[in-house]
Design a protein around this ligand. Structure first.
Ligand SMILES: [Zn+2]
Length: 393
């Protein structure tokens, strides 16, 4: 195992050490691993990076063990001769698992106990040499070398591992930590001292009209979903359609229609992902829904049907529509700290501090909200203090 420093602020004992392990890089790809790590490091601790406010508490290292083949596995099978054996359960651009967790655990422990000299390992990051979206949080932060999604998954999963916090996005199942509270705690929210308008605390008025995780392969046919609006007793004149796709390189490959009218997706296809088959997120502002029955229909155009599918297929992976209360009942101001409703997989509501100002909600947002960022700093300081206490026992 070859270990190199990447971002060092002091001795390993005095800092929190991230160790980035290689998987699916052959011996000839050492330079690529080095470049991928540098670029991930630049993303998280650059002046506007998600971890910039704790860069002084971190050391970042890289650990290289060559794999026999380049890439990661699919369909539950790691590639033969892989250093750690990262693989996708199917082919979809979704979770990535590790086949040999004990190898990673043992290597991290050996480094932590001084086996590799000055280096440290307080959190292992397993980097799979694959250009497309994938990852997982937990004991290990698992990511891929996807140019756009690699840093996004790294920031979000490090949030879970290091702060630790729950989700702020809808449709998950873990809503705990500094960034989540119950509606009944409105008068004494965990983030009370951060509130933009502490004398007028209210739950911002948004409703979840529909949320779905279809993972539907559009080569199999069209996708349809029917739902009604929340505008019955009160009006919800605007709405956000948040959806994610994979293997759709261009807006011209898709006909995405609301109530029979095709939406113009071109302005929502993100920069940096032009022509890419990687997974992508789209946030589409809608003028509002019909009171009664609404239909979203998604299908490939002729051009889309003729195109060759990338890994995982031409998928509609997720879709939700959030409606916003009119007449000032919802504060959209970026940076406003209040009480925003989040709806879990079963539709139960918890509260979060900002609307879209945190990467724990919106994975394409590059930064944590101030509540998560302060929680991160506190948590890392505590982890370092505990480590030093243990050393002096
Ligand atoms: Zn947050």
């Amino acid at each position: 195992m070859e270990i190199h420093p990447v971002h060092i602020t002091s001795y390993a004992d005095e800092k929190f050490n991230l160790m980035i392990f290689a998987d699916g890089y052959t011996r000839a790809e050492f330079d690529k691993f080095h470049e991928d790590v540098q670029w991930l490091k630049d993303d998280i601790i650059s002046p506007d990076g998600a971890l910039r406010r704790v860069a002084d508490l971190l050391n970042i290292w890289m650990a290289f063990v060559p794999s026999e083949q380049s890439g990661i596995g699919t369909h539950d099978q790691p590639l033969p001769g892989a250093a750690l054996g990262l693989y996708r359960p199917g082919s979809e651009l979704r979770a990535v698992y590790v086949k040999h967790p004990r190898r990673a655990r043992r290597a991290c422990k050996w480094i932590r106990e001084g086996g590799a000299g000055k280096a440290g390992c307080d959190q292992a990051v397993l980097l799979g040499n694959d250009p497309l979206y994938g990852g997982l949080g937990g004991e290990f932060t698992i990511i891929t070398a996807s140019k756009v999604n690699g840093p996004q998954v790294l920031r979000h999963e490090l949030g879970h591992s290091l702060i630790p916090v729950g989700e702020e996005y809808d449709g998950g199942w873990v809503y705990t930590g500094v960034n989540s509270d119950k509606a009944k705690n409105l008068d004494h929210l965990k983030w009370k001292k951060y509130l933009s308008d502490p004398d007028n605390v209210r739950i911002e008025d948004a409703k979840m009209a529909v949320q779905a995780y279809p993972w539907w392969d559009l080569d199999q046919g069209e996708y349809n979903i029917t739902f009604s609006s929340s505008s019955v007793s009160q009006s919800y004149p605007t709405a956000l359609l948040r959806t994610s796709l994979s293997s759709i390189p261009s807006p011209s490959h898709l006909d995405f229609a609301l109530n029979g009218i095709t939406l113009n997706l071109s302005r929502y296809f993100a920069d940096g992902l032009e022509g890419s088959l990687d997974r992508r997120w789209l946030d589409i502002m809608l003028p509002g829904l019909k009171d009664s029955r609404n239909v979203i229909k998604v299908e490939l155009t002729d051009e889309g049907r003729k195109a060759e599918a990338g890994l995982g297929g031409k998928m509609l992976t997720s879709l939700e529509v959030i409606e916003y209360g009119g007449n000032g009942r919802f504060n959209h101001t970026l940076g406003h700290v209040g009480a925003y409703p989040t709806f879990d997989l079963k539709g139960h509501m918890t509260l979060r501090p900002t609307n879209e100002g945190c990467l724990m909600r919106n994975v394409t947002h590059p930064q944590f909200c101030s509540i998560c960022a302060d929680g991160l700093r506190r948590s890392l300081e505590e982890k370092i203090a505990r480590k030093q206490e243990r050393m002096h026992l």
